[in-house]
Every structure is written in structure tokens, then in C-alpha cells.
Ligand binder design. Structure first.
Ligand code: C5P
Length: 495
């Protein structure tokens, strides 16, 4: 990277302090770094610190009357020569950086750089990039840029997972940006999940690889069409986000989810059903897919729209649901299996081929019921290799919610049980919100009331972390220690 010119835009997030170290590391590798700070960044770090570390004045303002006046008067003799490089200049003879103050407007800054780096890229900056806003120096430079762009997102996990951020990021990628991170871990706000800015060394390596690729790839790829001549769809870009963003994502994983009720025929016309809407299971499938997992949703009949990008297998009865789950797992073993379906416990023993007739003399039919297979227990007891790494069940209870869920976890051999109170007054069935307790071997977490989407995202973020621990061969003790350091919810004693 010797002599390469890097324009570093620092956004307004707590990770901004790490970007000062990034400036040092890039300069150690011989790069010339010019820093632009957003107003938000100036809340976390000072332009002075950025100027000292970069050896050039850090810029913050889109409009600078003094600078414009100097430029208009031709006060700086080096003006013409420096116009081409926009003021990013390697060290002069005396070791100081020579900067032409008149030529560092938002257009010149990008022209002068070999690569533009945004670190941290906040949700707001990403949104501005996606929409082409240019109301401050950073966003104006980004809109005017003609050089490769590397962004290192950093934000609260909820902001990162919000559909608006996913859409915006997909657009930014479709427009040619490369994304590095975020990484998963404890966040400054006390939450946990993907959202931490990539490590400084990782960003330095990504910058180096961007610089070595330069020329091979046109940038920005504005309005690029696919092979059918159609504008590339955001979903495509979104999949790339997941691949590129890596940390915390479920990229390369298979998540299988059951959802909805099952219906059990009494005869060809009538059936036994339950009140499950399928909303929680569908939300989990969406969350898994959004984190990059290949997601299979085995669903009983619901009124819901099948989530995009998810493989949906529609079934009706418990027996069909079990067969569908077993068949899918035989084809593609799952890393995570979530059994959110409200499977009917019993089914009519032998539904007749024809409709049961009622008549003035006919007594009401007596339904003989037989027990349905327990899908969760069947899958949880599969031998290692065929059993999903993490098996998560649900427990819908109307009394002694946690105690019953703890018993259920042990009885069925599940790793985790998400327990919820489905008393009618709670409005969980068919409703948009849920209050759950996560029951694991280590204890119980009482989660606050959340939307079903939030429950889903939280669950998948935790599950993804759990897989990380499995992958690293680290003991559950580590997870326990982490939990003790940063409790995610009210933590109860172990079972
Ligand atoms: O026994 P109960 O129905 O309360 O258990 C709930 C959990 O077990 C849920 O995760 C549900 O999807 C799963 N289950 C199942 N097959 C059944 C019954 C329940 O997978 N036959």
C-alpha cells in the first residue's frame, strides 16, 4: 500500500475511536490517509486527533467560506498542480504534508484517492449512500466518488438487522461497495449480536486487497443489469451481503423450522385443528434467512405469505410434517432445527373415506383418537451426525409455564425450549407480540415482551452464537461465563 491514497470517512458511532487506530495502521503500511469526519463522528473523536494521526487536516465541513475564498483568489501557488490530486498529498521534502486547501472540495477528495473507506459505516451513512443524499461533506464525497468503496458497518444489532438497513445495504452493494464485517459480540450498548465493526487489522487487509484489485473492477456499478437485461434485484445483493459480512451471520448453515398448526382429518370434510397462526415460526424462518441461512420452513396450513428466499414445504397433518422434516434432514442435515409448529397431539384413529352422515336417528359419532408422533422428540433423539446441532422446541403453556417447559426440555431431549404463556388473555395466538422464557440446560432467561420478529431475531442471533461455540469446540462454560458478564435478560437459577 506504499504511497496509496486512502480517503477515510469516519461515521458517528462508538467504533469511531478504533478508526483512529486504523489511520495509524494504514500509515504504518505506507498509505497516505485523508480523514473526513461526520458531525456524529466529532461527538466521539476530535478532528484534532484525526489530523494529528493522519498528518493532514481532517475535514468536516461541506461548505467552508474561508477555503473557497482562498481558492477563488488563487492564494495558493500550488493550486493548479494540486487540483488533480484534490489535496491528498504524500509527504513533502520536509516531512510535512503539503495540502492545497482550495482543492479539497467534495469532488476533488474522491478524485485524489485510490480507495474510499467508510469506517464505521453507521446505519445513517449507509441509508444516505443508498438514497444518494449529499447533505454533508461525507455523504457528498460518497455521492461524488469514482473510486472503489469499502465500508465497515458498525451499529446496534437491532439496527443492523432492521429490514430498512438490510435493504439499504443491499442497494449500496448493488452500487458497487464492498462490505467488511460487522463482527458478532458484546456491544457497547449492552446488547449482543452482529454489529461490532470489523477488527482494525481485518479492515487494513481488506483495504490492501481492494487496492490490489483496483482496475480489475469498474466502480461504482451504477444501474448494472443482469443477464436478462433487468436491474439486479436487491435480494441477490442481500445474499452477497450475508456472504461478505460473515460474522454472526448464518451463511452456509441450514436452518429447518416447523410452523403453524397441523390439521387432522375426521373425515374428508371435517378436521381437528388448533389456534396456531404460524406467525412466530414464519418470523423465525425470515430471521434465519436474513442471517444468510439456507432455510427450510415446513408449515401446516396458515394464512401467511411464504417468506421470500425460504424453501417452503406445505403439509397438513402431523404425520406429513414428520415425514417432510425427516426427508429434508436426510437430504440436507440441519445446523439448527426449530420446532415452532403447534402439532396436534392426537388424530382420529381411522378417518372414513366418505363424509360421516348426520341424520335424525344417527347418534353423534364417537371419535377414537390415537397419539401423533412427537416430531421434536423424534429429531432430538437422532444419533449424532443426523441430529441437528441445536434443537429448539417451543412450549405453549397456560399455567406453570417455566416449570412445564423445563420438564418438556428434558423429556423431549431438546437443547432449548422457548416457553410462552398462551392463556387467552395474553393474545399470543394470532397476535404480533410474545413474552417468552428461554429455557436451556444452564437456566432460564425471562425476555421482555417483544414482537414475534424480535423474538425470532434474538433467538437466531443466540443460536448462531451457540453454533460458533460448537464450531470452536469451546465448552458451554464459556457461554455461561459470557452470560454472567453480560446478562441478556433476567437470568434465573439453573434447572
Ligand atoms: O408437547 P408439546 O406439544 O407441548 O410440545 C411442544 C413442542 O413440541 C413444540 O416445539 C412443538 O412443535 C413440538 N411438538 C412436535 N410434535 C408433536 C407435539 C409437539 O414437534 N407431536
Amino acid at each position: 500500500m506504499n504511497g496509496k491514497r486512502i480517503l477515510l470517512i469516519i461515521g458517528g458511532g462508538i467504533a469511531a475511536y478504533k478508526s483512529l487506530d486504523l489511520v495509524r495502521r494504514l500509515r504504518e503500511r505506507g498509505a497516505v490517509v485523508r480523514v473526513v469526519l461526520t458531525a456524529g463522528a466529532c461527538q466521539f473523536i476530535t478532528p484534532l486527533a484525526a489530523s494529528v494521526l493522519s498528518g493532514q487536516e481532517a475535514l468536516t465541513e461541506l461548505f467552508d467560506p474561508a477555503r473557497e475564498a482562498r481558492g477563488a483568489n488563487g492564494a495558493n501557488e500550488a493550486n493548479e498542480a494540486n487540483e488533480a490530486n484534490g489535496g491528498i498529498e504524500a509527504n513533502g521534502e520536509n516531512g510535512a504534508n503539503e495540502v492545497n486547501e482550495s482543492a479539497i472540495g467534495h469532488i476533488g477528495l474522491s478524485r485524489a484517492a485510490d480507495v474510499v473507506v467508510v469506517a464505521p459505516a453507521t446505519a445513517n451513512l449507509i441509508a444516505k449512500m443508498a438514497h444518494g443524499l449529499a447533505d454533508d461533506l461525507a455523504s457528498a464525497v460518497l455521492l461524488a466518488r469514482d473510486k472503489p468503496l469499502l465500508i465497515a458497518p458498525a451499529m446496534n444489532v437491532r439496527m443492523w438487522e432492521h429490514p430498512a438497513t438490510r435493504r439499504n445495504l443491499a442497494q449500496v452493494i448493488a452500487d458497487g461497495a464492498k462490505v467488511i464485517g460487522p463482527e458478532e459480540g458484546a456491544m457497547a450498548c449492552g446488547e449482543w449480536g452482529p454489529g461490532r465493526m470489523a477488527a482494525v487489522e481485518t479492515i487494513v487487509e481488506a483495504v490492501a486487497s481492494c487496492l490490489s484489485e483496483r482496475g480489475a473492477e469498474p466502480s461504482p456499478r451504477v444501474g448494472q443489469n443482469d443477464e436478462n437485461g433487468e436491474r439486479r434485484h436487491n435480494d441477490h445483493a442481500l445474499r452477497r451481503v450475508e456472504t461478505l459480512s460473515g460474522g454472526g451471520a448464518l451463511g452456509g448453515r441450514h436452518v429447518l423450522v416447523t410452523a403453524g398448526p397441523t390439521i387432522e382429518p375426521i373425515d374428508p370434510v371435517r378436521y381437528i385443528a388448533n389456534r396456531s397462526s404460524g406467525r412466530q415460526g414464519y418470523a423465525i424462518a425470515r430471521a434465519a434467512q436474513a442471517l444468510g441461512a439456507h432455510t427450510t420452513l415446513v408449515t401446516g396450513p396458515t394464512q401467511l405469505t411464504p417468506p421470500r428466499g425460504v424453501e417452503v414445504v406445505a403439509v397438513e397433518t402431523a404425520q406429513e410434517m414428520l415425514e417432510a422434516v425427516e426427508a429434508r434432514l436426510a437430504q440436507l442435515p440441519a445446523d439448527i432445527a426449530v420446532f415452532a409448529a403447534a402439532v396436534a397431539d392426537w388424530r382420529p384413529a381411522s378417518p372414513p373415506k366418505d363424509k360421516i352422515k348426520k341424520g335424525p336417528d344417527a347418534a353423534p359419532p364417537r371419535l377414537a383418537l390415537v397419539e401423533n408422533p412427537d416430531i421434536l422428540a423424534t429429531i432430538a433423539r437422532l444419533p449424532t451426525g443426523r441430529r441437528p446441532t441445536l434443537v429448539i422446541g417451543f412450549a405453549a403453556e397456560t399455567s406453570d409455564v417455566v416449570e412445564n417447559a423445563q420438564k418438556k426440555r428434558r423429556a423431549k431431549g431438546a437443547d432449548w425450549i422457548v416457553a410462552n404463556d398462551v392463556s387467552p388473555e395474553r393474545g399470543v395466538f394470532g397476535g404480533a407480540r410474545n413474552t417468552v422464557h428461554l429455557v436451556t440446560e444452564e437456566g432460564v432467561e425471562d425476555w421482555p415482551e417483544l414482537s414475534k420478529d424480535e423474538v425470532a431475531h434474538r433467538l437466531m442471533a443466540l443460536a448462531s452464537a451457540e453454533l460458533g461455540h460448537h464450531r470452536g469446540g469451546q465448552a458451554q462454560a464459556e457461554r455461561r461465563a459470557e452470560k454472567q458478564a453480560k446478562p441478556r435478560g433476567k437470568q434465573r437459577a439453573a434447572e
